[in-house]
Design a protein around this ligand. Structure first.
Ligand code: GDP
Ligand code: IMO
Ligand code: MG
Length: 431
């Protein structure tokens, strides 16, 4: 039986996972998403065109490859069917090479209202959610009150839908709000619900199967599978900067529960890491820069959310957090993204330790909100455009030193360096 390789983000999301999955897809037969939902925005770029994927795996642009949406993923039918339509408009054939788990949970319009109401009620302590209903839908899943894709095919779906919707409305009212206070994608609840019910009906025409059987069968037949993570390790429900996290298991362990894979069938684990850090939404961010360097990272890296358009907060690479992520995820290879963003920087810093109450440590505190001061090590910049470089040996010496420092500190090889958003601008290293 083959093993399943895993690709996931090691920071606060948006590390460039979409680009790498698309790049690696020719080496695999199947690409499978195991967590998250339309809170994700994975960008691929080739032939001068940019594609942003939300729930659909980033292998979808390769027509001869199968893409799977596993049971750990949340599906919002309206967003999902729009994604299918957009891909079809661009000439892709998602109906032919996409399989959906019967056990994937649904995001209802009233989950999205609940998300908005919960955020409003938190005031200053809001999470900065993408407002796609992620938290409330996973809450229902864990509370055993959720609805799944398979339920769409049952005779009593409408009854179950209404019951769940009513419970959400009661919750919203209990917070002191009226349903009419909130819009979904600028539409009233009733208007959005009508579209959602129509999309849910259309979704039933796609291939809905028991993906856990499919994936295990394919592994047994010797097929190569890549699991694609959404979000990042620092947004994980257990190991992220709680409570400022998402509601799913974003780490390697999530592949087992989100696809139905046994732990011994996990193969390589590709950890995607930006050469610096970004975070979108609220929550602690130890190395955040509030000065012109932070602005420059944002500007050079076009650090605006691929879905919400929100400005991403920027800062230096955080080594204690990165080492923590590598430990939790069992990373075997690091893939370093967006290093070109720092091409014109005279110097670059890495946070190597945190200083907490006068003590230096690499240990992540219980809460990242604790008062801590990052301790930095400085590296010389390369001050040269690297986007057209194709071989690792040709990268500037200063950049090679920066990469070696990351390898030394993490004890892991950097096997890929990405130097632009384009599929072609990717340097692979056999280590
Ligand atoms: P994901 O959520 O991890 O898939 O990442 P996003 O797609 O949300 O954000 C990454 C952004 O950086 C996208 O706009 C990519 O096109 C872009 N990108 C990816 N790799 C590189 C790179 O090496 N250099 C530059 N400059 N941009 C990159
Ligand atoms: P990809 O897969 C970056 C953040 C939100 C918010 C928190 C909770 O593109 O890397 P949620 O809507 O999940 O309840 O929001 O998590 N967040 C992301 N940040 N990239 C993502 O996905 C994210 N998905 C959620 O901004 O702070
Ligand atoms: Mg993203």
């Amino acid at each position: 039986m083959n093993n399943i390789d895993v690709l996931l983000g090691l920071q606060w999301g948006d590390e460039g996972k979409g680009k790498v999955v698309d790049y690696l897809t020719p080496q695999y037969d199947i690409i499978a998403r195991f967590n998250g939902g339309p809170n994700a925005g994975h960008t691929l770029e080739f032939n001068g065109v940019k594609h942003v994927l939300r729930t659909i795996p980033s292998g979808i642009c390769h027509e001869d490859k199968t893409n799977v949406i596993g049971n750990g993923v949340l599906i919002e039918p309206n967003i999902f069917m729009q994604e299918i339509k957009d891909l079809e408009t661009k000439g892709f054939t998602p109906r032919k090479n996409l399989l959906i788990s019967r056990k994937a949970n649904l995001i209802l319009p009233s989950h999205r209202l609940t998300d908005a109401a919960n955020e409003k009620s938190k005031g200053d302590r809001k999470i900065g959610s993408t407002l796609k209903g992620i938290g409330p839908a996973y809450t229902d899943k864990i509370a055993r009150t959720g609805l799944r894709i398979g339920d769409l095919f049952a005779g009593d779906f409408e009854e179950k839908y209404n019951k769940l919707k009513e419970s959400h409305i009661r919750h919203i009212k209990s917070l002191g709000y009226n349903v009419d206070e909130f819009k979904i994608e600028e539409k009233s609840f009733e208007e959005y619900e009508k579209l959602w019910l129509e999309s849910a009906k259309n979704l039933k025409t796609l291939s809905v199967i028991d993906t856990e059987y499919y994936i295990n069968d394919q592994l047994r037949k010797g097929k190569k599978i890549l699991a694609e993570g959404a979000q990042g390790t620092m947004l994980d429900i257990d190991f992220g900067s709680y409570p400022f996290v998402t509601s799913s298991t974003t780490v390697t362990a999530g592949v087992c529960s989100g696809l139905g894979i046994a732990p011994q069938n996990i193969g390589r684990v590709y950890g995607i890491v930006k050469a610096y850090c970004t975070r979108v939404g609220q929550g602690p961010f130890p190395t955040e820069l509030f000065d012109s360097i932070g602005d420059k990272l944002c500007e050079n890296g076009h650090e605006f959310g691929s879905v919400t358009g929100r400005r991403r907060r920027c800062g230096w690479l955080d080594m204690p957090a990165l080492k923590y992520a590598c430990m939790i995820d069992g990373v075997t290879d690091l893939m370093l993204m967006k290093i070109d963003v720092m091409d014109d920087f005279p110097s670059i810093k890495i946070c190597t330790q945190y200083e907490i109450n006068g003590e230096k440590t690499e240990h992540l505190p219980f809460s990242l909100e604790e008062k801590l001061t990052p301790v930095f090590k400085e590296y010389e910049g390369w001050q040269q455009n690297v986007t057209n470089i194709k071989r690792f040996e040709d990268l500037p010496e200063q950049m090679q030193k920066y990469i070696s420092a990351i390898e030394e500190m993490t004890g892991l090889p950097v096997t890929m360096v990405s130097v632009s958003p384009d599929r072609e601008d990717t340097i692979v290293r056999n280590k």
